[in-house]
Design a protein around this ligand. Structure first.
Ligand code: GDP
Length: 364
């Protein structure tokens, strides 16, 4: 599964968030799976209303959501890029994830230590950004050094160095690579560097309880910055989320959420947004045995999507029967869709759409 890493300064609520993720999954153990792969890595179900609605119609023996991995990357501090603290280790952990959930403290609490003085969400964000940018600068400079000599005789390498120089200049201005306008070819030049600031990011403004629906001055300031970057920001209260997650009984959970006027845990929103951030889409299979959500990437064709279920499905792919989610909801069963002419037969070139209900035909 693809991974998203939770990062942020100490005492901003990262572990609280990670615990909320892991507990909520454990509490709903029957249909919500979570397993801890390592102490700081968890596999979590992606909440999807469409899956629930499909299951209601099909009434299968079991319903299986799709999953993503969440990694708690603690311990980033100022100076991490110079290896301070366990800086290098944490930065190496970030290099391995596919997207970043950046938690930022937007609550005041004098009992909870803040080394950097008064609450300052933008300053906090910049500290982390700077560390990641410095580390990227190091990687880019090393790469330039490695290629410079060859660039003298090889025009192709010279072009590559030009791309690296642009990255370097951008980083030196205190900007992240994700905001640099690079073509597909230019991106390929830096792909093997796995730059930290190229990874997509989503911000969590961890606010106190009275501001959880409205946000506060801290989250508003942060929102402006996030908007400028074209990044999503989610306002939530990580402590409340952790409390909801601890409640095992569904009724208790519902009562607790009602008390706080919540329709669903903010965590669900976070996981759905993270899934989107990872560039992931979902198709469904719907049979009486199992209704199940499967993950694929934007633009994937039918055989590749079939391969998510089993590699044999891809190898032996013949065709796919496809019903759109909307049609299934309208006609309420595969048979009714077929009768109404809403079941399409698609071949190898079909680009699967988010929400498609697929049935693959294949040779073994
Ligand atoms: P981490 O170092 O970023 O992992 O931070 P923790 O999750 O361990 O949280 C640090 C402290 O802040 C803990 O005592 C939490 O209970 C507390 N905390 C986390 N979220 C909130 C919040 O939204 N409001 C308040 N007042 N405290 C919080």
């Amino acid at each position: 599964a693809l991974q998203a890493g939770i990062v942020g300064l100490p005492n901003v609520g990262k572990s609280t968030l990670f615990n909320a993720v892991s507990n909520s999954a454990k509490a709903q153990a029957s249909n919500y799976r979570f397993c801890t792969i390592e102490p700081n890595v968890g596999l979590v179900d992606v909440p999807d209303e469409r899956l629930d609605k499909l299951a209601e119609l099909v009434q299968p023996l079991r319903t299986v959501p799709t999953q993503i991995e969440i990694v708690d990357i603690a311990g980033l501090v100022r100076g991490a890029s110079k290896g301070e603290g366990l800086g290098n280790k944490f930065l190496a952990n970030i290099r391995e994830v596919d997207a970043i959930i950046h938690v930022i403290r937007c609550f005041e609490d004098e009992n909870i230590l803040r080394e950097e003085g008064p609450i300052n969400p933008i300053g906090d964000k910049e500290i982390i950004d700077t560390e990641l940018q410095l580390k990227d600068l190091e990687s880019v400079e090393k790469q330039i050094q490695k290629k410079e000599k060859q660039a003298k005789s090889d025009p192709k390498v010279r072009d590559e160095v030009a791309v690296l120089q642009r990255c370097k200049a951008h980083l030196e201005q205190g900007k992240s690579i994700r905001s640099l306008d690079l073509s597909k070819e230019e991106k390929a030049v830096i792909a093997d560097l796995f730059l930290l600031t190229e990874k997509p990011v989503l911000y969590v403004a961890n606010v106190d309880e009275p501001s959880m629906h409205t946000g506060n001055k801290f989250s508003e300031a942060l929102k402006k910055v996030a908007d400028d970057e074209g990044a999503e920001m989610i306002v939530m209260n990580n402590s409340i989320e952790a409390q909801i997650a601890e409640l095992e009984d569904a009724e208790d959970k519902a009562m607790f959420m009602e008390e706080y006027q919540m329709k669903e845990p903010a965590l669900n929103r976070l996981i759905r947004s993270t899934y989107k951030l990872l560039g992931l889409k979902t198709y469904f299979t719907a049979g009486v045995q199992e209704v199940r959500a499967w993950t694929f990437h934007n633009g994937w064709k039918a055989p590749q999507c079939a391969g998510v279920i089993h590699s044999d499905f891809e190898k032996g792919f013949i065709k796919a029967e496809v019903i759109s989610y909307e049609d299934f909801m309208q006609y309420k069963s595969e048979a009714a869709c077929r009768e109404a002419g809403k079941l399409r037969i698609e071949g190898k070139e079909y680009i699967v759409q988010d929400g498609d209900i697929m049935h693959f035909r294949f040779n073994v």
